[in-house]
Design a protein around this ligand. Structure first.
Ligand SMILES: Nc1nc2c(c(=O)[nH]1)N[C@H]1C(S)=C(S)[C@@H](COP(=O)(O)OP(=O)(O)OC[C@H]3O[C@@H](n4cnc5c(=O)[nH]c(N)nc54)[C@H](O)[C@@H]3O)O[C@H]1N2
Ligand SMILES: Nc1nc2c(c(=O)[nH]1)N[C@H]1C(S)=C(S)[C@@H](COP(=O)(O)OP(=O)(O)OC[C@H]3O[C@@H](n4cnc5c(=O)[nH]c(N)nc54)[C@H](O)[C@@H]3O)O[C@H]1N2
Ligand SMILES: [Mo]
Length: 799
């Protein structure tokens, strides 16, 4: 990894696999750069182990039988970044005005190290100055009391524990607000809306053992090698058993192609790699609905063909299809059909368990292959090949990520994933489930304990009964609605439990301008970022313990808990000395704010802070089925599972069945601009960042070193637009003539990306995204599909 951007960045295809020595080297480098070479290595041995601490990077499942080292390159980076010996202390804040820090890069702000003391912005000096915790709570409480609860937003980034999250949502609701936007609103909200409609579960149904039982994995729009590398072990084991992996991705991502397990001495020494994907389909961004329709069409028409040929047989024609033009389809169908050669689809499952099949099947039959090919960017042969593998497999696991959810048609894309699964009963049996790969380490869990703007998802009556108050029933604001409310002047205060909202949200320029007009900004954080440097009239920066640190309270060191992507709960115990004596834990900060704002209540805030077991008892009292015997099961190896009816084929939907939901179209209406030189932009993460946290300037697997200011383009588009590889360009939003948004000074990188598509890094390109450019139902920003113009620039790219 590269700590600083380079004047002469390097773009050179990476030949190695994911994992391997490249990954081992990267871990060593970051530990030494954060000055933790030895203690860091010792610490990492306890990552994701029972009685250890749960990684602060991604949410991937933690197995009961652990590997000797249960961490990956990017998990190690996240750990090193948190346990760094660097400090953003009083001396640092004495030296720098916020107006100056506004000009700093994201990487440089966080690289100052851990925040050490509570601070208040001082208008005279334009600096953050130290204050006592008492003063901070007192003034924030006073400010909140003076505001209308409708005007206050309580944001959560997906890292906070179940304990903190439960307390935080309770605080917001007792204060009178359901404005609980969270990072999930910009991430898997499309799943949170679509999955309940389709299968009556708000999260994916897959568990780790599905990898041991699956015959085939459909891997859609997720970058495992960077975003959830520990899953590569599960994929590798499945491949070794003979399972086929069928990948749909806009780019050829190295982690989905080849992997060397850094923990396998034989693979490391011999360099023998595991080929991950058996079939790799480079779909256009936004083309997944069309691609999956193609697969479904092939399966449905093959099934139809068998029926026709069966009828002809009955008619005494010796198995020769009545319609000769159907012969090829019959042969295809026969090659993938059930043992009795009678069907391709699982009609028993469809009949017993689903609703809406006929409408869906006729939509699939109606789409012409030409159109499916044009929209998906795949050929008919490719879609039929995928269908053949799907049809021949008894148990198919479907895995997906942001390329599918951050779309204008994100909810309908998720419906489509389920539609395909339902054709052959690929939900709710060993090896066959839906896996929505979550982002932040506890983003899924926060929802489970009430962080949501949607009051219908929270047991409000229970909260009312337990804590003797009347919870607000109105629908709160999601992340994009919070941006709008800030821009309209309706939101007056933003309380942030972690995260970097200004950089993560769309419409950067207008949101930043609105942010500066807020009355109150309060940031609970570990490291300095842009959302702290820009601020409201009254602004606090409150530093907290990280999950890896020992959390000592009245009854001794405490544990916290999280929920993984495969819906298992895990306890986590901090291991190292806190970064500063003045840090408070997140539960202590939330309790301090709540007490100062709400005054006397029946909630035993102090008792909760003194003993987190009592918070878990409160969680169990609120959600008795989900968290049964919570404290007892906290450190169960492999975690304890969350009950999910869909996993047992019980469908808690409006129809009582799993629903085929037919997307209304293949592709959204994107641009009304009259120009034709429009490309479709997807924003990406590099291998050297965690969301807005930029560790460095290396995207090893994609061969980019020393810069993030680039745009990946297809060679044909580069030529057609009169550009050249390495040329400096600007990007402009191409939705309509009125919507003008620009990001300037990027460098063209010729890359193997489908024609008509381009890609660039998040968060640098967030200013291009208009606020209203989101999925209609879930309001997830369409970060993976934006029409843009790419034009020559006079500006030299500067990171
Ligand atoms: N190291 C590291 N780990 C992380 C994070 C991080 O930033 N760094 N972030 C965490 C978070 S919060 C999240 S949500 C996850 C994100 O993890 P991912 O879900 O992997 O999200 P992205 O990294 O944005 O990449 C999306 C993938 O989709 C592909 N893609 C883009 N558009 C399309 C499309 O329309 N169709 C198809 N089929 N493919 C497409 C891209 O080529 C890319 O491979 O990772 C989590 N883990
Ligand atoms: N263009 C574009 N935009 C996107 C995306 C995209 O793919 N493309 N992805 C979206 C997605 S999937 C997500 S999840 C969001 C992410 O949005 P956020 O969750 O808001 O952003 P992060 O970058 O994860 O937040 C990083 C900050 O969290 C703080 N932090 C770290 N650890 C802790 C902790 O233990 N406690 C506390 N209190 N604070 C801590 C640090 O101060 C750090 O600077 O961004 C979204 N934005
Ligand atoms: Mo995310």
């Amino acid at each position: 990894m590269a700590g600083k951007p380079k004047d002469r960045p390097r773009v050179k295809p990476y030949k190695g696999p994911a994992g391997g020595w490249g990954s081992a080297k990267s871990v060593t480098e970051i530990l030494s750069r954060e000055h933790r070479p030895l203690s860091g290595a010792k610490l990492l041995a306890q990552q994701n182990k029972p009685e250890g601490y749960m990684c602060v990077s991604c949410a991937w499942g933690k197995p009961a039988k652990t590997h000797p080292l249960e961490f990956c390159e990017n998990g190690a980076k996240a750990t090193a970044w948190e346990v760094t010996s660097r400090r953003a202390d009083r001396a640092f804040f004495d030296k720098h005005k916020l107006a100056d820090l506004e000009l700093w890069r994201d990487h440089d702000l966080e690289e100052q190290g851990r925040l050490t003391h509570p601070m208040r912005w001082d208008p005279q000096s334009d600096k953050y100055v130290a204050v006592s915790w008492e003063m901070a709570f007192e003034e924030i409480g006073r400010e909140l009391k003076a505001l209308d609860p409708h005007a206050v937003d309580f944001y959560t980034s997906g890292r906070a524990s179940l304990e903190t999250s439960y307390m935080y949502q309770l605080f917001a609701r007792m204060y009178g607000s359901n404005n609980l936007p969270d990072s999930s609103n910009m991430c898997h909200e499309s799943s949170s809306v679509a999955l309940p409609q389709s299968i009556g579960a708000s999260v994916g149904t897959a568990i780790l053992s599905d990898f041991e039982n699956t015959d085939c994995i459909f891997y859609i729009a997720q970058n495992v090698g960077t975003s959830s590398p520990r899953m590569l072990h599960d994929l590798q084991d499945a491949v070794d058993r003979g399972a086929k992996i069928v990948t749909f991705n806009m780019l050829r991502e190295r982690g989905l192609e080849r992997f060397i397990n850094p923990q396998s001495p034989s693979q490391m020494l011999t360099g023998s790699e595991t080929k991950i994907s058996s079939y790799y389909y480079q779909v256009r961004n936004g083309g997944d609905i069309a691609a999956l329709f193609g697969v479904c069409k092939a399966l449905i028409e093959a099934d139809d063909a068998l029926k026709v040929s069966a009828t002809s047989r009955v008619a005494g024609k010796d198995g020769i299809p009545a319609d000769p033009s159907n012969a090829a389809m019959v042969a295809f169908a026969a090659s993938i059909a059930s043992a009795d050669k009678k069907h391709v689809l699982d009609h028993d499952f469809i009949k017993e368990h689903t609703c809406g099949f006929d409408v869906f099947a006729s939509a699939a039959r109606k789409y012409e292959w030409d159109e499916l090919e044009r929209v998906s960017g795949l050929t008919r042969e490719e879609m039929m090949q995928a269908a053949a593998i799907y049809g021949k497999s008894d148990a198919v696991l479907t895995i997906y990520g942001m390329g599918l959810t951050q779309q204008l048609m994100g909810v309908q894309s998720v419906h489509m994933v389920v539609n395909l699964a339902l054709l052959r009963g690929n939900i709710g049996k060993p090896g066959a489930n839906i896996c929505a790969v979550r982002g932040h380490s506890n983003v899924q869990g926060q929802r489970t304990v009430g962080i949501t703007e949607k009051p219908g998802l929270v047991p409000l009556d229970k909260l009312s009964e337990l804590y003797g108050f009347t919870p607000p029933r109105w629908t709160g604001r999601s992340s994009v609605e919070t941006c709008k409310a800030m821009m309209d002047g309706e939101a007056r205060a933003f309380i942030s439990l972690g995260g970097n909202f200004l950089k993560a949200a769309p419409e950067t320029e207008a949101v930043e301008a609105a942010w500066r007009k807020l009355r109150l900004t309060v940031q609970i954080a570990t490291k300095l970022n842009r959302s702290h440097v820009l601020h409201g009239e009254v602004a606090y920066l409150l530093p907290c313990l990280g999950r890896i640190e020992v959390d000592e309270q009245a009854t001794g060191p405490q544990a916290v808990s999280i929920e993984s992507s495969v819906a298992h709960f895990h306890g986590s115990r901090g291991k190292i000395k806190p970064a500063s004596k003045e840090l408070l834990s997140e539960p202590a900060i939330v309790a301090g704010l709540a007490k100062a704002t709400l005054g006397d209540t029946v909630v035993p805030w102090d008792q909760w802070v003194g003993d987190y077991e009592t918070i878990r008892n409160a969680i169990e009292a609120t959600y008795p089925e989900t968290f049964k015997e919570f404290n007892k099961r906290l450190f169960q190896p492999g975690g304890f599972p969350r009950p999910l009816p869909a996993r047992e084929r019980k469908w808690v939907t409006n129809s009582g069945k799993a629903n085929f939901i037919t997307p209304e179209r293949l592709f959204p209406e994107l641009s009304t601009a009259s120009r034709t030189d429009v490309l479709h932009l997807a924003t990406l993460r590099s291998n050297d960042q965690f969301n807005t946290t930029i560790y460095g300037y290396s995207d090893r697997f994609r061969g980019i070193e020393g810069t993030r200011k680039i745009v990946f383009m297809n060679v044909a588009d580069i030529e057609a637009l009169g550009l050249s590889n390495g040329m400096n360009v600007d990007l402009a939003t191409a939705i309509d003539e009125k919507t003008v948004r620009r990001v300037t000074g990027l460098r063209v990188v010729e890359y193997g990306i489908p024609k008509g598509c381009c890609a660039a890094y998040y968060p640098e390109t967030n200013p291009l995204f208009p606020l209203q450019h989101h999925d209609a139902q879930s309001k997830t920003p369409s970060y993976k599909l934006l029409p843009v113009y790419v034009t020559p620039s006079l500006e030299t790219p500067r990171d």
